[in-house]
Write a protein that binds this ligand. Sequence first.
Ligand code: AMP
Length: 284
Amino acid sequence: MLEIKTIRELRSALKEERARGKKIGFVPTMGYMHEGHLALMREANRLADVVVVSIFVNPTQFGPNEDLGKYPRDIEGDRDKAAGVGVDFLFVPAVKEMYSEGYSTYVEVTGEMTHVLCGRSRPGHFKGVTTVVAKLLNIVEPDIALFGNKDWQQLAVIKRMVRDLNMDVEIIGVPTVRENGGLAMSSRNTYLSLEERKAALVLSKALRLAQDMVRTGKTNAGEIAAELKETIENEGLIEVEYLEVCDPESLSPVETIEANTLIAVAARVGKARLIDNALIVPES
Ligand code: AMP
């Protein structure tokens, strides 16, 4: 595995790979890797000849009161983990490399899909995400780029951007990797105490409950959402920020669950803000 810090060096290395006819797979991350990240890399390895992973804690996607300064980092551990799953190029740019003096250009998906769910409490977040992902896709020029279903809204927004800007890359969503017990893996789980980690299990439990509710014939989104919220808040230690039933592509709210539907939840548990979701596929 080659570790590269500059855009120029990465471009020149990938130009050679492309000239050899290699298919390039790309996995952008913010590091502090866990099995969720590694699942994306393994899938990239399966689908492409050359795997590029970036580690960049992108300042433009953090709000002024968010955890940019405290975001967990472990570059040495990440290096070992990435090498262990067959990553070829680890791109670790400095902030100055990505945002040079006088930086003034942003890519923004406008409209409802970036203002609902996480967009409501994190204004500007998705603008930061689409800007950095557009830059990274422009630098790496991969054939495929892989993102986790865990950050469903992010994945939907990136798919929208790629379609709208005619970017020549296939975006692939990868299923959420969970701890034993169901908690979705996240770098931010490190903020949880043992007790909070146990309480956080109720998020995935509620999403499983939603699946059971639909399976047994419930279709009223409002009733399902209310019951799930109650289940979660009864746990104590958890404050639901949102629990929404929506269309998986447009993210518009859904009133009756008839077709594939996304249930997305965000909650505060101690110092952590956790998100999770489930795609509900009603039996026909
Ligand atoms: P992050 O480092 O948190 O920005 O995540 C980098 C990529 O890993 C994103 O595409 C995430 O959606 C994905 N990811 C994070 N957690 C998981 C998980 N538990 N399962 C699958 N993918 C994940």
